[in-house]
Ligand binder design. Structure first.
Ligand code: NSS
Length: 429
């Protein structure tokens, strides 16, 4: 019977067949200890010379790391092995004998590993991170579905910018120009006027000439948008989503988190409510820590780190100066120099993981902002329509999936949180 390693406990005492790859091999002459991985887990298969045919034993001698194999054997409980079970080999076949595998258990430099990302993904650390990625995405989607949101996918080829024209990837679109989407937001705004609560999830693109530990050229963003919601409603929704996501991780991925060295207690501390700090107070806090960023400028990695090291939970910073945020941000009625924008900064120095706010709902005001930002009005006519036909207050945000995973994993750099990172100097593999 063919089984997967994650389900092996259900077959104790039975003979089963596993299809996978050789992860590692040890031998003591008459016995082979083969670590087999099949994508769902790793199991040790023990082959004893006296119990096997000579051909079978010969294949075990010959097999090398990452060869694809089919192993048949009896499932035995074994407290010492990581998964709790091992396999007593009854038969062993090599499907493909691997060439010498470039990634060995010894240490490799990051550049080398990035160059071999297509193979590096087979390692146990990358497995843990990818499983965590899955839970982060699924938990956010499950949460939104439970809250009555409809997923609506937004286009990747677009006629206009959402987040400023300096980071647009441009491409030919027959006799016109098209741009890779920086955000699904503008379409989400249209969709929420049709369906109330919507979200998009997909890749987004920024031609950012930044070579940092938190910038990708292609990253995945989940973006909820809600009709009739204010900035306060938004913060409550974000907070609940993050708390739910972290609780799902603690439920499903504790072993993965531990295997990459994550301090679980830091995640256990993520409980509502999250502190809320207006930009002006954030500036005061920064000053008290010796940071002299001039009022009016957006926070960079330094400022976000200082702020987020101050709390053991994510912190909201809201009401940034209008001039440092995107054109669609609604001004604060109490001080029009400020915008109803809000970012969530992850603790432990990780910094911004979400960005969003309340949108301008007034036609004239939006038109003025489009002009001030020197955006081509034609390309935004449809967006302006939303302020012509039943406009309502509405709000939304985007959560950067890779930055969120970097934080929950407690790792240094976001390059390991996406299968194939696109960075300033990397487009391969
Ligand atoms: O530019 S954002 O702050 N906001 C938006 O794009 C809004 N249009 C979203 C919305 O309201 N629907 O980006 C949102 C998040 C930000 O907080 C980061 O977590 C992430 O997207 N982000 C990035 N992650 C990785 N690499 C890069 N370059 C990047 N840029 C933003």
């Amino acid at each position: 019977m063919d089984v997967t390693i994650d389900k092996i406990g259900e077959y104790e005492g039975q003979s089963v067949r596993i299809k996978g790859w050789l992860y590692n091999k040890r031998s003591s002459g008459k016995i082979f200890f083969l670590q087999i991985r099949d994508g769902s887990g790793i199991i040790q298969a023990v082959g004893v010379k006296s119990q096997l045919s000579p051909e079978c034993f010969e294949k075990m001698q010959k097999v090398v790391q990452e060869s694809s194999v089919i192993v048949s054997g009896r499932v035995k409980k074994d407290e010492r092995s990581p998964g709790g079970y091992e396999l007593s080999v009854e038969n062993f076949d090599i499907i493909h004998l691997s060439e010498p595998y470039p990634i060995s258990p010894k240490e490799h430099g990051v550049d080398f590993l990035m160059e071999h990302r297509h193979l590096w993904l087979r390692s146990s650390r990358q497995h843990a991170i990818m499983k965590i990625r899955n839970t982060v995405i699924r938990a956010c989607e499950d949460f939104l579905r439970q809250e009555g949101f409809l997923r609506m996918d937004t286009p990747i080829l677009t006629p206009a910018a959402c987040e400023g024209t300096t980071t647009l990837f441009e491409t030919d679109y027959f006799d016109k120009k098209a741009y890779l989407s920086q955000s699904g937001q503008l379409y989400n705004e249209a969709n929420c006027m049709a369906f109330g609560k919507v979200y998009s999830f997909g890749p987004t693109f920024r031609a950012e000439k930044s070579k940092t530990r938190r910038h990708l050229m292609e990253f995945w963003m989940l973006e909820p948008e809600i009709a009739f919601a204010t900035i306060d409603d938004l913060m409550e929704l974000e907070e609940n989503m993050i708390v739910y996501m972290v609780s799902r991780l603690l439920e499903l991925n504790k072993a993965d988190l531990k295997s990459i060295g994550r301090d679980i207690s830091k995640l256990e501390a993520i409980k509502a409510p999250f502190p809320r700090l207006c930009y002006n107070d954030a500036i005061k806090l920064l000053r008290s820590k010796g940071n002299e960023l001039p009022w009016g400028e957006d926070f960079g990695a330094d400022e976000e780190s200082i702020l987020s090291l101050n709390f053991d939970k994510p912190v909201f910073v809201h009401r940034y100066p209008a001039k440092c945020k995107a054109f669609y941000m609604k001004p604060d009625s109490e001080d029009p120099n400020l915008s109803l924008s809000v970012d969530m900064l992850a603790p432990e120095g990780y910094g911004e993981i979400t960005g969003g706010g309340q949108r301008i709902e007034d036609y004239e005001e939006l038109l003025k902002r489009i002009e001030e930002h020197k955006l081509p009005k034609d390309a935004y006519e449809w967006y302006l329509d939303l302020r012509r036909y039943g406009s309502v207050p509405h709000s939304g945000f985007g959560i950067g999936i890779e930055r969120t995973i970097t934080w929950v994993c407690g790792i240094e750099h976001l390059r390991e949180t996406i299968p194939y990172p696109r960075m300033l100097t990397r487009l391969y593999p």
